[in-house]
Design a protein around this ligand. Structure first.
Ligand SMILES: NC(=O)c1ccc[n+]([C@@H]2O[C@H](COP(=O)([O-])OP(=O)(O)OC[C@H]3O[C@@H](n4cnc5c(N)ncnc54)[C@H](OP(=O)(O)O)[C@@H]3O)[C@@H](O)[C@H]2O)c1
Length: 324
């Protein structure tokens, strides 16, 4: 395969907190877009175009795809055409993957077996980042994180991450790893977007204190923060197909339209502004978006051209988000 020799010039890279690992400010995930959801040919084209544009980080998990696992199988086939040393591949374990008591959550048994399965499905020898996908209140952190450390020691994982942990649990995990002399948590993957700002009360501050990076998943609120939904829900959209828009209120729609007006005044699409807005925080290393077609990738990539906000723009966004 021939790729754009100038790809790296187009992208900006940020360090994961204080660590040497750099990620592109826009990363690409395969949940609901790779492996049984969207057209496989389009996914391949999108991933290659992303790499050509300097996106070096691709995110998966054991349970992605239909059936679960197919996301990694199809994603692995695509990524094998990219130079392995130039990309960062992540996967995760935590959600339900196989029947019985060992197929989900955070036991040592599950984490290690799941990582081995994921490596096979993706056809790679190691993951650059491997996450505990969700908190497990019934398994001691020592067990889950001991399993992540074993994977690191075995050379199957380079960096350990956590996803959706509260600030308190993250702090406990950081402290534990420090005490045990295990390689520290490098990255946290929480949901964060204009409509879900939970990380602002604690997690962002914890990341700054402990020096790990944040990669924000669902930065477009699964597509809502785009101009696709301004007039109606398109039948071929994620919300249209899955009927998810039923839970949205008139106020939600009004806010989305209000945000779109601010984006237009900035000369951006709503999706571009939503991505740029997340990247205003220095603690955020990358936004982890999903793309179901090429024009969405092309649109979202332009977020990089306009990442700064005036205080008036930030105030205007706050005012819209505060509407009641
Ligand atoms: N750690 C976790 O628990 C967790 C949970 C969820 C996701 N993730 C990770 O985060 C990644 C991204 O999540 P996500 O797919 O929910 O992210 P997202 O970026 O919020 O939503 C992606 C969807 O938005 C729409 N879209 C994307 N770019 C657009 C554009 N420029 N204009 C208009 N519409 C656009 C598309 O929807 P349509 O296809 O409907 O057009 C696309 O499928 C996943 O692939 C996964 O790697 C992690």
């Amino acid at each position: 395969m021939e790729f754009n020799p100038n790809s790296y010039q187009n992208m900006q890279y940020r360090q994961c907190g204080k660590w040497g690992l750099k990620l592109p400010v826009i990363s690409l995930g395969g949940w609901q877009t790779v492996g049984g959801y969207e057209n496989a040919g389009e996914a391949r084209k999108v991933f290659y175009a992303a790499f050509d544009a300097g996106i070096t980080h691709f995110d998966f998990a054991n349970n992605y795809g239909r059936p679960a696992g197919n996301g990694e199988i199809e994603g692995g086939k695509i990524l094998q055409d990219l130079p392995r040393d130039e990309i960062i591949i992540s996967s995760k374990a935590g959600y339900y993957m196989w029947p019985g008591p060992y197929g989900e959550w955070g036991s040592r048994k599950y984490i290690i077996a799941s990582c081995d399965q994921s490596l096979k499905r993706m056809g790679v020898d190691y993951f650059d980042i491997f996450y505990h996908h969700r908190p497990d209140n019934n398994t001691p952190l020592e067990e889950t994180h001991g399993a992540l450390e074993t994977l690191i020691q075995q050379g199957k994982v380079l960096y350990a991450g956590v996803s959706s942990y509260s600030p308190e649990m993250t702090e406990d995990a950081v402290k534990l790893r420090e005490k045990k002399n295990w390689f520290p948590i490098t990255i946290h993957q929480p949901v964060y977007n204009l409509l879900n700002r939970w990380i602002e009360s604690g997690l962002v501050q914890n990341a700054a204190k402990n020096g790990y990076g944040i990669i924000a998943f669902s930065p477009l609120a699964q597509g809502l923060l785009s101009d696709r939904y301004l007039n109606s829900t398109p039948a071929d959209s994620r919300f249209g197909v899955q009927g998810k828009d039923k839970v949205l209120t008139e106020l939600d729609w009004a806010k989305i339209k209000g945000l779109n007006e601010i984006a237009q005044e900035r000369g951006q699409s709503l999706a571009q502004m939503a991505l740029s807005w997340i990247l205003r925080l220095p603690e955020v290393t990358s936004v982890l978006t999903g793309v179901s077609r090429m024009e969405q990738l092309e649109d979202s990539l332009k977020a990089i051209d306009h990442m700064t906000f005036s205080s008036d723009e930030l105030d205007a966004i706050e005012r819209v988000l505060a509407w009641q």
